[in-house]
Design a protein around this ligand. Sequence first.
Ligand code: ADP
Ligand code: S3P
Length: 305
Amino acid sequence: MEAKIANGLLVSPRIDSEKIARRIGTGGSVQFSRRFREQDRLQVLVSAQLQPKTRNSNRHKTVSLEVSCSYKNFPASLLESGGFQAPFDEARILKNKSQEIRPYLSGRCIYLVGMMGSGKTTVGKVLSQVLGYSFFDSDTLVEQDVEGTSVAEIFKLYGEGFFRDKETEVLRKLSLMHQLVVSTGGGAVVRPINWKYMQKGISVWLDVPLEDLARRIAAVGTGSRPLLHQDSGDAYTKQTLTRLSTLMEERSDAYANANARVSLEDIAAKLGHRDVSNLTPTAIAIEALEQIEGFLKEENGDFGL
Ligand SMILES: Nc1ncnc2c1ncn2[C@@H]1O[C@H](COP(=O)(O)OP(=O)(O)O)[C@@H](O)[C@H]1O
Ligand SMILES: O=C(O)C1=C[C@@H](OP(=O)(O)O)[C@@H](O)[C@H](O)C1
């Protein structure tokens, strides 16, 4: 397995100490990242911390050296374990990736779209934090605009049309702002006018298998999601799944309008997981940034990463 190959490289990493010394100048730390062939998927990261030159010596002394390996941006340790047991590594990969692409976003907002329960709020908060952006949930803004009335109550009291108008108005206002990560409502994609607003930023579709959506939603109950709500019973998850399937059929073309798609099935396949249930929000956020990077490269030509 590639992770084993990567770990093997740890035994004899070739490090050009003179080059490190030149790059580091009077002391501090330096990080080298080297990609190996095989479609640039295998990466070795070398971090060195050096003492500054002393008066009696013009040689730097290494005080710490760290070598880590990753496959397709997932660390070897994580691949070997077969699960996400290395949150520190994940967090570091996420941070590096966000720092890499942040300048190319030029402050544009990120809009997360996808079905109810796809993780737009959960992953959105992770992304906003690492990018230093503000986070907004369009459902919450609609609720605030209707004097704190919940989405479920808005549907009951005023109907879906009223909710959709409020949602469009919220997206219009957000489109005037910068440096936001926005979790949109699952149905926001059906109105073309909403795309006009979201196109000011970068849209990302969180594509999660329906069975997993049904499981997640059934776990917390459908009370807050009026388009799925039903009384609990034996067929609870099954009915949720049926309703989700119908909605997905109606909406899949609209979701596909997004600038980038994050497929949880693809992430699971990359990591050798049998299903998507063990993917952490951080791992999904990493993939989101990679897909955004792909979109930016297509948009502007490869920017040398
Ligand atoms: N990666 C994940 N793995 C498992 N459960 C998740 C994951 N991301 C979110 N969830 C759970 O799924 C439910 C819906 O997530 P949420 O972020 O509110 O979705 P959305 O905003 O798209 O409706 C929540 O209970 C949340 O804890
Ligand atoms: O899919 C939909 O039409 C809806 C999704 C909900 O948002 P989440 O996707 O955040 O659950 C909320 O906007 C409303 O219940 C309608």
